[in-house]
Design a binder for this molecule. Structure first.
Ligand SMILES: Cc1cc2nc3c(=O)[nH]c(=O)nc-3n(C[C@H](O)[C@H](O)[C@H](O)COP(=O)(O)OP(=O)(O)OC[C@H]3O[C@@H](n4cnc5c(N)ncnc54)[C@H](O)[C@@H]3O)c2cc1C
Length: 322
């Protein structure tokens, strides 16, 4: 039975604690209800959005004219090295489960909030590991037809913070992993060390959506642009967006109750009752400065809901001014 609610405040379900009321909201705990909710939206020509932990979202302050479906469909089954995991499972729970079962391949994702579905959507990763590394298959539903299909890993188009699900809007239902064998004690130690490091960037209780802009793959940048970047800024083949933002003075800037962390220029924090409009304006200001100084268009990693695309706006700016 689907329990729809009207005018549901999305600030209650985003880690940033920002977001206006959704026209309709429903939380689902079974795969059948998830599919039913999508069908309901389709039959009623209602735009919809499936979300997980709301940990990668910047939602407008204004009302959102959509049905928001919160995926809470959890469950993990294990057969030797294979895990079949429902998409609403919490990523932390999945990492802990794999560690406890002497399985290696997900332990470095410890500390990333949100669900498996959200992680697949953006190919989440940290410390050199991504959610797709040990993935075999994704079972998903095509909202347009209700058809449930299975994609092999190579059909998912995984790339840096990218998957086919960003392109086609198919909804992830279940994921199958084949993990390596490991020793629980060693894996736990590895995960705990990462959790400790993460606390420095993300102290307990911080209200944010993770890093806001994507890092840049150095080899994909034009040579003229790379010449302007000090070589020591390139880390593991990536040019961190935070380095560029720092070079244009973003650290510590504030607008209303949104602050750019004084210790990390790609981390935008809601210090109290912050507004999406202030977040957006601040992000645009520094993306603009980066575009002007380096000719690089920063793209948000965070999904903007009910807000104009930032990249489109920046592409209408004059090109790099040296
Ligand atoms: C403190 C903090 C630290 C973070 N650190 C990292 C990090 O180290 N590495 C990293 O990669 N990310 C990081 N993030 C970002 C975020 O946690 C991840 O992107 C996470 O995987 C998002 O999952 P979610 O369930 O919260 O997705 P949501 O924010 O709920 O949704 C994000 C997008 O995924 C889509 N989506 C959600 N579920 C599904 C589904 N079942 N099928 C299809 N699409 C779906 C939504 O429609 C939306 O477009 C961090 C965030 C925070 C707040």
């Amino acid at each position: 039975m689907l329990n729809f609610q009207n005018n549901y405040p999305l600030s209650q379900i985003t880690t940033l604690q920002i977001g206006g009321p959704a026209r309709q909201f429903v939380a689902v705990t079974t795969q059948q209800d998830l599919i039913e909710a999508i069908k309901y939206a389709h039959q009623n020509s209602l735009p919809f959005l499936v979300i997980g932990g709301g940990s990668n979202l910047l939602v407008s302050d204004e009302p959102v004219n959509k049905l928001i479906i919160k995926n809470e469909v959890e469950g993990i089954t294990k057969v030797v090295r294979f895990l079949t995991v429902k998409s609403g499972a919490k990523l932390q729970h999945l990492a802990d489960y794999s560690i406890a079962n002497n399985l290696s391949g997900l332990q470095k994702l410890s500390g990333i909030p949100g669900t498996l579905g959200g992680a697949i959507f953006g190919n989440a990763g940290a410390y050199g590991q991504t959610i797709s590394d040990y993935l075999r298959e994704v079972i998903c539903v095509k909202p347009q037809t209700g058809e449930v299909i299975t994609l092999q890993k190579d059909e998912c188009e995984f790339d840096y913070r990218y998957s086919i699900f960003k392109k086609n809007g198919w909804i992830v239902l279940e994921v199958i992993f084949k993990l390596d064998l490991g020793k629980s004690k060693d894996l736990r130690k590895e995960a705990d060390e990462i959790l400790e490091k993460r606390l420095i960037k993300y102290p307990k209780g911080i209200k944010c959506p993770g890093s806001f802009f994507k890092n840049l793959v150095a080899e994909k940048l034009p040579k003229e642009i790379l010449k302007k970047i000090p070589q020591e800024k390139i880390v593991y083949g990536k040019l961190p967006a935070g380095s560029l933002l720092e070079m244009v003075g973003a650290k510590g800037d504030k607008l209303g109750e949104i602050e750019i962390a004084p210790y990390h220029a790609n981390l935008f924090i809601n210090k109290g009752e912050g507004k999406a409009s202030d977040f957006y304006t601040l992000a645009k200001k520094y993306a603009h400065k980066v575009k002007q100084k380096f000719g690089i268009t920063l793209e948000p990693e965070v999904q903007l809901i009910n807000l104009p695309p930032l990249v489109h706006k920046l592409n209408h700016l004059p090109d790099a001014a040296g």
